[in-house]
Design a binder for this molecule. Sequence first.
Ligand SMILES: NC(=O)C1=CN([C@@H]2O[C@H](COP(=O)(O)OP(=O)(O)OC[C@H]3O[C@@H](n4cnc5c(N)ncnc54)[C@H](OP(=O)(O)O)[C@@H]3O)[C@@H](O)[C@H]2O)C=CC1
Ligand SMILES: C[C@H](O)[C@@H]1OC(=O)[C@H](O)[C@@H]1O
Length: 259
Amino acid sequence: MLQGKSVIVTGGSRGIGAGISRAMAKAGADVVVNYFNENDAEYGQTDGIEAVVADIEAMGQRAVAVEGNVADPETGHKLVAAAVDAFGKVDVLSSNAGICPFHAFLDMPVELMRQVSAVNYEGSFMVSQAAARQMVAQGHGGAIIATSSISALVGGELQSHYTPTKAAVHAMMQSVAISMGRHGIRCNSIMPGAIMTDLNRDVLTGTETAEYFQKRIPLGRYGTPDDIGQVAVFLASDMAAYVTGASILVDGGMFVNLQ
Ligand SMILES: NC(=O)C1=CN([C@@H]2O[C@H](COP(=O)(O)OP(=O)(O)OC[C@H]3O[C@@H](n4cnc5c(N)ncnc54)[C@H](OP(=O)(O)O)[C@@H]3O)[C@@H](O)[C@H]2O)C=CC1
Ligand SMILES: C[C@H](O)[C@@H]1OC(=O)[C@H](O)[C@@H]1O
C-alpha cells in the first residue's frame, strides 16, 4: 500500500511510534525514525532505535535514525533533510512523539506543564509545518497523521497538562487540512485509547485504573502499537484518498462504553 513512499515518524524508537514505523515499512515504505534519547539499554532490545531500524531493514526497506527533540524548532528541518537526502522526498509524516508525565493539578510545576505543551503540541506543529513545506515544494501531495488521543475527548485526573495538548493536536490537524487541501496534502489524527507502552505501563499494570480500563474496553484488551500502526498505514495510503480533517478513535470501544 505504501511501496516507494518516504515516511517520517517522530518518536519512532519505542511504543506506538515503533509500531507505526514497522507497519509503514511492512507496507513498503522507507522510514526516517526520530528518537530523542539513547534509551535502548533502559528499554531493552525489543524496542529502541537500533531494534526498530534493524526490523525495518530486515523487511527490505531503508531506515534512517535521526536524533532530535521535536520541541526544538530545528528538528523538523533535520528530519525533512534526512528524508530528502536518503530517499529524495517526503510523502508521509507521522507526528507521533509525545510525553505524559502523570501529575496532580494543584501542585503541578509550571515548567512541567510547559514542557508537555512544548513537546506534544508545539513540537507537532513545527514538524508538521516543516514536512508540509517540503510536500508543497514537491508538488505531488502527501499525508500528515498526528497521534492525538482519546484524551482529546475526555479528561484524566493526573493529565490536566496533557489532555489539552492532545485536543490541540486534533484541532490543529482540522485547520491544517483546510489550508493544505489545495496542495493535495491530507491531514488527519489518530486517537488511541489505552495502548500498553512505556508511557503508561505503570498505570496499566496492577492498578485500580488497570482494572477499570479492562472493564471499560468492549474488545476486552489493551491496544498494541501495531493496532495504531495499521490505521496509520490506512491514513497514509490511497485507500484514504478522500479522508482529510478527520480523526479515528482506535480504542477498542473504550470511549463509547459509559454503561
Ligand atoms: N500509550 C497510550 O496509551 C497512548 C499514547 N498516546 C500518544 O501516542 C504517542 C506515543 O506514545 P507512547 O508510544 O505511548 O509513548 P512512549 O513513551 O512509549 O514512546 C515515546 C516516543 O516518543 C519519543 N519522544 C519522547 N519525547 C520526545 C521528544 N521531545 N522529541 C522526540 N521524540 C520524543 C521517545 O523517544 P526515545 O525512545 O528516544 O525516548 C519514544 O520513541 C504520544 O503522542 C502519546 O500522547 C495517545 C493515546 C494513548
Ligand atoms: C497515558 C495514558 O494512559 C494514555 O495516553 C493517553 O493519551 C490516554 O490517556 C491513555 O490512557
